[in-house]
Design a protein around this ligand. Structure first.
Ligand code: SF4
Length: 362
């Protein structure tokens, strides 16, 4: 069956473009694919093998589950162990190891932990269980945060007061600026995340290019999208142009999604946030605004995000910063596998280690 994505997967066009890319001459450089979905597509379609000599595609901090610290899982486990709490979460978080246990293990021990497809389902669970307290594990970027914000607005307008968020939500601009100016990360250009950009628009990328001289291309997720975006980025780098190009214009508008941004900004405000492997970054997280603070599980239960240390031997930190690859980790595919993950990057479907495990490093 034909669908609108077929034109972006055309094998003849892809092979023609891959040939042009391979022949392109450019100084050695690092291109960071910020988004976990890009990491998966790049691995799935073998795009690393189509690059010219000296050009490296490195993964970045674009998987929200992966950048969430161990201490957040510990806090979630602490809440799940309270008898009248129902914990709700997206599926990926269930298997992320905390310091001594994971949510999946806690569920097996009888804790009431439920996987939901949307935070709006959590509000429904709260309405159906007025004698319980329902805590949604709100971990995401600009793509999913507006729906979390909407869930809080819905709970407020419906008079549901037994619903809470444990927010570890993050936003992209501050971390991109941090990495662009980090000499260890050494990013020469960004493949910007298509999904996040659909919400945020492209204005921040232009500011970043002006301020730090780092070019970028907003890219879609099909093979032709990525091949074209990499080619465009290499052109910018080789010509010394700090420009931004929107390759994903079929979805991303310069101004973003005003309605989603308004909902997000009316419920959340920026705060300091810790990113696994990168550290604390001012203004990179989101906490509930004063008006909605009574929905804040951190405040309601007086808990905090404890441990920031990585599991022994795990290299998720440098992998999320683009300075190491999964194959640099001694545990990769030996001790650490999707069935027995040691770190978050092997758990999430968007994690770099999980993508390398499934598709290989090419
Ligand atoms: Fe961490 Fe496992 Fe990846 Fe190694 S392979 S960095 S232990 S998630």
């Amino acid at each position: 069956m034909n669908n609108h994505l077929d034109e972006f997967r055309d094998p003849l066009l892809a092979s023609e473009m891959a040939g042009k890319l391979k022949a392109f001459r450019c100084r050695p450089c690092n291109i960071m694919e910020v988004c976990g979905t890009h990491t998966v597509s790049i691995s799935r379609y073998g795009i690393r093998g189509m690059l010219p000599e000296g050009i490296r595609l490195v993964s970045g901090p674009g998987c929200p589950v992966c950048v969430t610290p161990v201490g957040y899982i510990d806090a979630a486990v602490q809440l799940a162990q309270i008898p009248d709490v129902i914990l709700t979460t997206f599926g990926d978080l269930m298997r992320v190891p905390g310091t001594s246990t994971a949510l999946l293990k806690e569920k097996a021990l009888g804790r009431d932990i439920r996987v939901v497809l949307s935070p709006l389902d959590s509000v429904k669970i709260a309405a159906e269980n007025p004698c319980k307290k329902v805590v949604f594990l709100s971990v995401g970027f600009e793509t999913t945060v507006p729906v979390s914000a909407l869930s809080v607005m819905n709970a407020e307008s419906s008079g549901i007061h037994n619903y809470y968020l444990l927010s570890a939500n993050k936003t992209m601009p501050a971390v991109l600026e941090t990495l662009a100016s980090d000499s260890e990360a050494n990013v020469d250009g960004y493949l910007y995340p298509g999904h996040v950009s659909a919400i945020t628009g492209t204005g921040f990328y232009e500011k970043l290019a002006d301020k730090l001289g780092t070019p970028g291309v907003v890219a879609g997720f099909e093979p032709l999208d990525i091949l074209y975006a990499v080619m465009k980025l290499l052109e910018f780098i080789s010509e010394g142009k700090a420009e931004v190009f929107n390759q994903y214009s079929r979805i991303v508008r310069k101004e973003g999604n005003a309605a989603a941004l308004e909902v997000m900004n009316s419920v959340f405000e920026p705060c300091r946030s810790y990113w696994r492997g990168i550290g604390e970054i001012e203004g990179s997280g989101l906490k509930l605004r004063e008006k909605y603070r009574h929905f804040d599980a951190w405040q309601q239960y007086g808990i905090s995000c404890g441990s920031l240390s990585e599991p022994a031997g795990c290299m998720c930190g440098p992998i999320l910063k683009g300075t190491k690859k999964p194959s640099d980790c001694a545990l990769f595919d030996k001790v650490c596998t999707p069935e027995n993950p040691v770190g978050a990057c092997m758990v999430s479907s968007e994690g770099t280690c999980a993508a390398y495990h499934k598709y290989g490093g090419i």
